[in-house]
Design a protein around this ligand. Structure first.
Ligand code: ADP
Ligand code: MG
Length: 459
């Protein structure tokens, strides 16, 4: 651009940006009107003078570095910088040319002050927030923490700045926490709960929010907000525990009731026997029946205890079913019932053999008891994808639709001598094996009970 051209000079004088041109020796060759106003210097005063001599304060500031960069690399450069002698923020663009460097600039002090004010607004949101607020780099190292964070974990700000979150998370929660942090690094805000370790060693339950920090469309770090929820967690746990207790309470009330009945009758017969001289063998028979009943009830309830992980082994369902059938053989014979096996080849199932055997006994026993006049019971084993099926089909009395939902409730029985515990334990055991129980029944026709057990065991 030839700045000596009059037309051009007029235009340059009218533009609202400050503008000046420098030659290769950093001397002013042109200054427009606005530049004179912005720099508080006249044209005459500056023309042919060296910029670094006239504005020595600019040496060592961004102006000096950027002008040299623009001139030596022959590239335009744009930057904002503060010029202390004039108490002014300038937004500057430089353009290299054959003759030297041309510079456009604006006073952006007002805008900058507003920006700084906004930043201070955010800063105080950060600093004064009652929750713990902090920021990380992409590797999870602390870049800043507020007072709330110092209070939450007991470290000082200086200590945090030498740390990453890794040693501050309880070991068994770390993998999960890493997972959430990584998602935040990938741009997704995360809410989660984890366990943090206070400087003095005690563990705190915290609810955490991780938010990606995005600057110029690029994720440069992660913000965190954390809240101490230890108290809340404790009261939640207490609630769960008290719920469990109330279930146990209800169950033990019914069990006590069930066991007290036979005990009462046992006691009565004993008293009768003490006071009578006649033959007591008839009482003995009833007493023995009642004792068996107590035995049966307590036996069923013992099976309710949850098996330990080490009780699970790879077992053949075919072998287990055969065992159960041997035990049921005499009862079937007495009732004129035939047990008809139909075993397809099945994989070994990860299960507790004794419990599965009890399940089969319970179901086949019910089937036998549903056929007082005898009949056939099919016992089918099959496999379907990743599950083994145990199907027991009877030709008995069936279950009326309206009672289907009762089957499996503790002590629900329609039998004079029933315990009403068989189906409950069955459901419980299958559930702890990760399987399902389906009952299909038609009144007067028969019942089919289908059990599906995942081959891999409970998930
Ligand atoms: P119990 O056998 O001691 O009565 P269960 O829990 O084993 O207790 O069974 C509960 C009730 O479910 C039985 O009393 C019966 O009414 C019904 N039931 C279970 N299985 C069958 C079946 N195969 N056919 C008909 N009714 C059944
Ligand atoms: Mg039963």
């Amino acid at each position: 651009m030839n700045v000596k051209d009059l037309k051009a000079v007029e235009i340059l004088d009218r533009i609202t940006d400050g503008f000046f041109a420098l030659d290769k020796e950093w001397n002013f060759t042109y200054i427009n009107k606005r530049a004179q106003e912005l720099l508080f210097r006249s044209r005459k005063n500056l023309i042919n003078k060296n910029i670094w001599k006239e504005f020595p304060e600019a040496v060592g500031l961004a102006f000096y570095d950027n002008y040299h960069l623009s001139a030596s690399q022959q590239i335009p450069v744009t930057f904002d910088a503060y010029f202390p002698p004039l108490l002014t923020w300038f937004s500057v663009s430089t353009y290299p040319s054959e003759e030297g460097l041309t510079v456009f600039f604006q006073d952006v002090t007002m805008k900058k002050e507003q920006e700084l004010k906004n930043e201070q607004h955010y800063q105080s949101l950060f600093a004064q927030h009652p929750d713990a607020v902090f920021s990380f780099d992409l590797e999870g190292r602390y870049l800043s923490v507020n007072k709330g964070m110092e209070e939450l974990l007991g470290y000082t700000k200086e200590e945090f700045l030498t740390l990453s979150y890794t040693p501050l998370v309880k070991e068994d929660s770390l993998e999960e926490t890493n997972h959430y942090f990584q998602k935040a690094v990938n741009g997704m805000t995360q809410h989660y709960e984890t366990k943090a370790i206070h400087k003095d060693g005690h563990v705190i339950d915290v609810s955490v929010t991780n938010i990606p920090i995005v600057i110029n469309k690029e994720i440069v770090g992660v913000y965190g907000i954390a809240k101490d929820i230890t108290m809340q967690k404790q009261s939640e746990e207490m609630l769960i525990r008290s719920e469990k207790l109330s279930v146990v309470g209800e169950l033990s009330a019914s069990i006590a009731h069930e066991i007290r009945n036979p005990l009462t009758s046992l006691k009565g017969f004993l008293q009768l026997m003490q006071s009578s001289s006649e033959n007591v063998s008839i009482y003995l028979e009833i007493m023995s029946d009642e004792i068996s009943r107590i035995e049966e009830i307590t036996g069923e309830l013992l099976l309710l205890a949850k098996p330990q992980a080490h009780d699970f082994k790879k077992e053949s369902i075919e072998r287990i079913t055969e065992h159960a059938m041997v035990l049921l053989h005499s009862q079937a014979l007495i009732n004129n019932v035939s047990l008809i096996p139909n075993f397809k080849k099945t994989s070994l199932v990860y299960c507790v053999a004794n419990q599965i055997k009890q399940v089969i006994i319970n179901i086949v026993k019910n089937a036998i008891e549903s056929m007082p006049n005898g009949g056939d019971i099919s016992i089918i084993l099959a496999e379907n994808e990743d599950k083994v099926q145990i199907i027991v089909k009877d030709q008995g009395c069936g279950i009326p639709k309206r009672f289907l939902s009762e089957v499996g409730l503790p002590f629900y029985t329609t039998k004079e001598k029933g315990t009403g515990l068989g189906m409950m334990t069955t459901l419980r055991i299958v559930e702890t094996h990760g399987g399902t129980v389906h009952i299909n029944s038609e009144e007067g026709k028969g019942t089919t009970v289908e059990i599906q057990l995942p081959i891999k065991g409970p998930a």
